[in-house]
Ligand binder design. Structure first.
Ligand code: BGC
Length: 725
């Protein structure tokens, strides 16, 4: 059928305009220019509406009773549309702390890493990097170019429900591990977002409470972890947290965002809010918030649209600030590579990626106890009782926005809570199957709900392996460190029936173990991830020697904590406190608190056993040109190959509690020895006084096998120097 002339003319004109638009030079696509220059060139082209569209994301999914998914969004936590006329892509953001949460282009399911605490317990930046790169590559194949990944809040309380997403209590360890995870993610040309800035140390009352702390103490603890992540990983974005700090909300905190992050640290990327973390327009923008996240669903109103436009018209916020916000967002899009390397759908090799997860679980599991060298078990063991924890199905994961649906589906569906912060998910990697694979089918299972049946199986078996677990999630903190339900009674009863009892703990952090002295072995696997079962099998039978070290101090009970009670804690929760006083411990978090108070924990930070033994010689510390290094020779004096992690702690002349300054992971065959050269982090020697400064004086360096056990000591005279920002 012939087309009317007028329509033909319109079509021809349209075609001409689009050819024209595509042909227009795009000088910002010149990759030889700096990300800043490229961003400036785009900003100069943007209309005011386009600018205001960039400084807020929308919720990228459907939610009950909430607005529908925006056109073009893949169904995830956040979405900003493309500016097609300029070749600027949409940003599709998904949670990805431990794996890619949303389905995206390739359908449901992605590979879960073990808990962040497990990755930190590896003390191995390469494990962290590999995990980040794996997640980044899955994100890319699913069509996501923004990852809400990089949790580095310090563990200040073992009950914080999100500890499993973080990297422990020490700022230098946590910053190093998460910095490398971020680097791994961004190696795939994906935006990574370090979070939750800052001192979001409890879930109870997280949207309202004020975390009160002296500014210097904050810089020397939680902020140091962030500073190191920025330094190592250069994340494209920083997510400000829900809580207030010294009464001011983090996302409108001028000191936190403008002074510390952007001015003192020179951060050039953009600050995005946590989901529901914005409470103002001009105040937040002027304080340094660059992008409001999913305000259409989570904030009281979308502050960075009409209200901010009005503030601009009223002179409450300058146009230059709006342009800076836009510049920072675009700069990060160029710097991360999401513009030059657009994401596109591609198949994922889940089995290959799961190997990355298994290796992290193996490196990050911590052997806490091994009396009579019960472990490793021999493959010729005659019978194994496997008890509890759904070990016939899989390994548990924590709940909330970091929870990942396995490609094969949840191994134990239907457990409460099935809704937020659930569902409770199990990765389908059954320890029972793994133990059977190691022993040629010598394991039998009792689910542990019938203690008498479990005791009978244990009594009839050569060894008993009991799985206990603690499920926690984003949005609440358990009120106590106790394992829930009958688990303590189950372990005690099994241990009575079989002297060769091994306990496997799956947890968010330290728990109470009233039965500890009655069992021979305890292996902490945290949340063990996509191949947790296989990792547990390999560790129990010595295919791999445990080498993880505690990234947190393990208190005996709550009475040893700076704050024995969390007001309002628990899944049901009560009324939370309006403020939490973190000045009680200040910068002396974790092992430093224990030292200061002269408390003996159940297990110290840095502690972990293995199947071999090590000797140290020649420990010495030297300094030249502001670089302090330790040397030590480590020898494997045992019969099995393993990895040792010598740690160096420093005490400054001011006598403040010691700090971890450096460490090495040293794999050694039996009889083998190696000299390692450990570059110490100068922040461990420094104090914050208008910048990080090391005072001249004599410093004491201790070679630790944990934060409380030492195998050597050296003193070194260190001249005064400033640590470069
Ligand atoms: C969490 C963030 C997460 C965001 C988006 C918030 O509730 O605190 O960690 O990235 O939701 O899902």
């Amino acid at each position: 059928m012939a087309m009317p002339r007028r329509r033909l003319l319109v079509l021809a004109l349209l075609a001409a305009t689009s050819v024209h638009a595509a042909d227009k030079p795009r000088p910002w696509m010149d990759t030889s220019l700096s990300p800043d220059k490229r961003a400036d060139l785009v900003v100069a082209q943007l209309t005011q509406d386009e600018k205001f569209r960039l400084i807020r994301s929308e919720f990228g999914d459907n939610e009950k009773g909430k607005p529908q998914k925006p056109a073009g969004a893949l169904g995830s936590a956040g979405y900003t549309p493309a500016i097609e006329r300029l070749g600027i892509p949409a940003v599709q953001e998904t949670d990805a702390g431990l794996g890619v949460r949303s389905a995206g282009l390739t359908g449901k399911g992605s590979t879960a890493l073990p808990a962040g605490l497990a990755v930190a317990a590896s003390f191995d930046p390469a494990i962290a990097y590999a995990g980040g790169a794996m997640i980044g590559s899955q994100a890319r194949r699913k069509g996501f170019n923004g990852l809400l990944a990089g949790g580095v809040n310090l563990v200040r309380d073992p009950r914080n429900g999100r500890n499993f997403e973080y990297a422990g209590e020490d700022p230098i360890l946590a910053g190093t591990i998460v910095g490398n995870a971020v680097k791994g993610i961004q190696s795939q040309h994906i935006i990574s977002t370090v979070k939750h800035y800052a001192i979001n140390a409890l879930e109870t009352g997280r949207n309202t409470l004020s975390a009160d702390i002296d500014e210097t103490a904050l810089r020397e603890s939680d902020l140091l972890a962030f500073e190191l992540v920025l330094d190592i990983g250069q994340p494209a974005s920083v997510m400000c947290s829900y809580n207030r700090i010294n009464t001011v909300y983090a996302c409108e905190h001028p000191w936190l965002l403008n002074t510390v992050l952007k001015q003192d640290w020179g951060y050039k990327g953009y600050v995005m809010s946590d989901w529901g973390g914005v409470h103002s327009s001009a105040a937040a923008a002027n304080a340094g918030l660059d992008q409001e996240s999913a305000g259409n669903v989570f904030d009281d109103q979308v502050y960075f649209d009409a209200p901010l436009r009005k503030d601009l018209a009223d002179g409450k916020v300058p146009q230059a600030r709006i342009d800076d916000m836009v510049h920072r967002i675009l700069r990060s899009m160029f710097a991360s590579g999401i513009i030059d390397h657009p994401v596109k759908a591609a198949p994922i090799d889940f089995n290959a990626d799961a190997v990355v997860s298994r290796k992290a679980a193996e490196a990050g599991s911590v052997l806490l106890r091994n009396e009579n060298n019960l472990l490793p078990l021999s493959a010729s063991v005659k019978s194994v009782a496997v008890i509890g924890g759904h070990a016939d199905k899989g390994v548990i994961t924590g709940g909330g926005s970091s929870s990942v649906e396995p490609p094969e589906g949840n191994a134990v569906p239907g457990l409460e809570p099935t809704d937020w912060p659930g569902p409770v998910r199990y990765q389908p990697s059954a320890p029972l199957a793994a133990i059977n694979a190691q022993t040629g089918g010598k394991a039998k299972y009792a689910d542990g709900t019938d203690i008498a049946a479990a005791v009978k199986l244990a009594a009839d078996s050569e060894v008993a392996v009991v799985f206990v677990q603690q499920w926690t999630a984003e949005s609440f903190d358990p009120a106590t460190m106790a394992l829930g339900g009958d688990q303590d009674a189950l372990v005690a009863a099994v241990a009575k029936a079989n002297p060769k009892t091994i306990v496997i703990i799956q947890n968010n952090g330290p728990v109470k173990m009233p039965w500890l002295s009655s069992v021979d072995a305890v292996l902490d696997v945290w949340y063990a991830g996509a191949r947790g079962g296989e990792a547990i099998g390999n560790l129990l039978f010595g295919k791999v020697a445990p080498s993880g070290r505690l990234p947190v101090t393990w208190p005996k009970d709550e009475s040893q904590l700076p704050r024995p009670v969390i007001v309002g804690a628990g899944l049901a929760g009560g009324k939370p406190a309006d403020k939490v006083d973190y000045n009680i411990e200040g910068a002396d978090v974790g092992y430093r608190w224990f030292q200061k108070k002269n408390l003996t924990p159940l297990f110290p930070f840095g502690y972990g056993l293995t199947y071999s033994s090590f000797d140290y010689s020649g420990f010495k510390v030297s300094q030249a040109n502001g670089e302090v290094v330790a040397d030590v020779t480590v020898k494997n004096t045992g019969k099995l190959a393993s990895i040792d992690t010598p740690q160096v702690y420093v005490t400054a002349p001011d006598g403040a509690p010691r700090r971890l300054a450096g460490w090495a992971r040293v794999p050694l065959q039996p009889g083998q020895s190696r000299t390692v050269h450990i570059k110490l982090n100068p922040h461990a020697l420094a104090r914050y006084q208008d910048g990080w400064k090391v005072a001249a004086g004599s410093y004491t360096f201790q070679l630790g096998t944990s934060a409380t056990t030492f195998a050597g000591e050296a003193k070194a005279a260190v001249p005064a120097f400033s640590v470069k920002q």
